[in-house]
Write a new protein. Structure first.
Length: 458
């Protein structure tokens, strides 16, 4: 049995290549190959994470599930995924993402197929919970790859571009679900998305590799002449050092985790409930509502790119300003969407775009900041820990928010989302000036050193 799990062991370091031209050529090749592979892989993870969301209206009409029951399934998935993201983050920091990420994608595809073959709430809950657990195999591999192949001075742009894989997957999945469900029923839609992900898992095994050192290349900080000490950052850490010293005793991680909780209530709520809101309140068809909600992902695509570029270029690697500004603007955008005296497909699509643009800034940068403000070898654990809090927020967007909608209507729903945007902005404010862990949580501008004044004898 141990030999089966040995495929997850980190790839050993190969002898370092000494020819500088060969190093440069291979680095350029592998950075592109690793990037497009994990980009496509994570987009497919999103196929099986959001498939249920766009099948919800059909489940209501075909099986008679109510909003509370739909919310229960959403909460189960979020809780399972949040726990998995943390636990598998610890494992992922000491695993080979080539197999870790691929196996998770294959298994999440299998659970979607079994979900599509089920009919009772019990089996829906079991398979959707398992899906949430296997979803947690995707993020740790990406966090490990992003911190080992791309240095701090450029990571905002690479990470933000990778983050758009959420949006690519999220924008395509309503089309697949809508077409399959419309032609052959919701079961075929779940089976189709699961099958795509199984094939994509084998693609990852073929394409991905572990760290640059496993291919005989130097550490990325050494290759890029980054200011960080690559010797310190390449030191292997024990599980206790990763968990205690760089996560649980790190005040940055706790601040980011608390804010992530509220950001993800908004993100998950818009993802899970917008289609149903448009169908019930504005009489959209399922296909039309999916088309409107698709703009949430399109906005997120551009929001991720803008946030990463701005944090690198305008704020010199500080992620805090973008997180604060975007979080504050989210609560305003949600209020305009809910209560503006307009009612048109164009306006609803525009507001979905704007909300997506704003929410995917902090959604991406909070996780990235967690990886950067811990340790390179603890990146998956730190981002996984904050991700656990994020998906606790996502769980609140399930049954608890479904209860709010059931009892207080859609106005109550929008009040909760606006409040979450304001709270997350306030929580993130102390990190405005933080760039790296050594900066201190509440860094003060040092007082000027007094310059002695020369006096002449009178």
């Amino acid at each position: 049995m141990s030999s089966i799990f040995s495929i997850f062991n980190p790839a050993p370091h190969a002898e370092e290549i000494q020819d500088s031209e060969s190093v440069k050529r291979q680095y350029n090749y592998w950075r592109i190959r690793v990037f497009y592979s994990m980009f496509l892989g994570y987009a497919f993870y999103y196929f099986t994470r959001k498939s249920f969301t766009f099948a919800m209206p059909t489940l209501v009409t075909d099986l008679g599930l109510d909003k509370s029951e739909l919310g229960i399934l959403g909460s189960i998935m979020a809780i399972a995924y949040g726990l998995s993201k943390f636990i598998n983050g610890i494992i992922g920091d000491r695993s080979n993402p080539r197999y870790f990420m691929a196996v998770g994608l294959i298994l999440t595809g299998v659970t979607n197929i079994f979900f599509g073959l089920s009919s009772s709430l019990l089996f829906f809950a079991v398979f959707w919970g398992l899906n949430g657990w296997f979803q947690g195999f995707g993020w740790p591999g990406c966090a490990r790859l992003l911190t080992h192949w791309y240095s701090h001075s450029e990571r905002g742009r690479w990470w933000s571009f990778w983050n758009t894989s959420h949006n690519i997957g999220g924008a395509i999945i309503p089309i697949i679900i809508g077409v399959c469900a419309g032609l052959y029923g919701w079961r075929s839609a779940m089976i189709a998305t699961g099958s795509f992900c199984i094939l994509a898992g084998f693609f990852l095994i073929n394409r991905l590799r572990d760290t640059p050192q496993s291919l005989g290349l130097p550490a990325i900080e050494k290759f890029r002449n980054d200011v960080q000490s690559h010797v310190e950052q390449e030191k292997e850490l024990s599980v206790r050092e990763i968990l205690m010293e760089h996560v649980l005793k790190n005040p940055f991680i706790w601040v980011l985790a608390f804010s992530y909780f509220f950001v993800y209530i908004i993100r998950q709520a818009v993802n899970d409930w917008s289609v149903l809101y448009l169908v019930e309140e504005k009489n959209y068809s399922q296909i039309a509502s999916g088309g409107v909600v698709m703009w949430f992902e399109v906005g997120g695509f551009f929001g991720s790119l803008a946030a990463g570029w701005a944090s690198d270029k305008l704020f010199q690697g500080r992620r805090g300003p973008i997180n604060v500004l975007f979080s504050f603007l989210i609560c305003l955008a949600v209020a305009v969407f809910a209560w503006a005296p307009f009612d048109s497909c164009f306006f609803d699509s525009l507001m979905m775009f704007l909300i997506g643009f704003l929410i995917f800034g902090p959604q991406m940068l909070i996780g990235m900041a967690a990886a950067e403000l811990s340790h390179k070898k603890a990146a998956a654990t730190a981002s996984g820990f904050t991700g656990t809090w994020a998906y606790a927020g996502a769980a609140v967007a399930g049954y608890p928010l479904g209860f709010v909608i059931q009892n207080y209507g859609w106005d109550g729903y929008f009040v909760v989302l606006s409040a979450c945007g304001a709270i997350s902005s306030l929580l993130l404010l102390p990190l405005w000036a933080i760039k790296r862990r050594e900066d201190g949580l509440f860094k003060k501008t040092p007082e000027p050193i007094p310059v002695p004044v020369k006096t002449e004898n009178v």
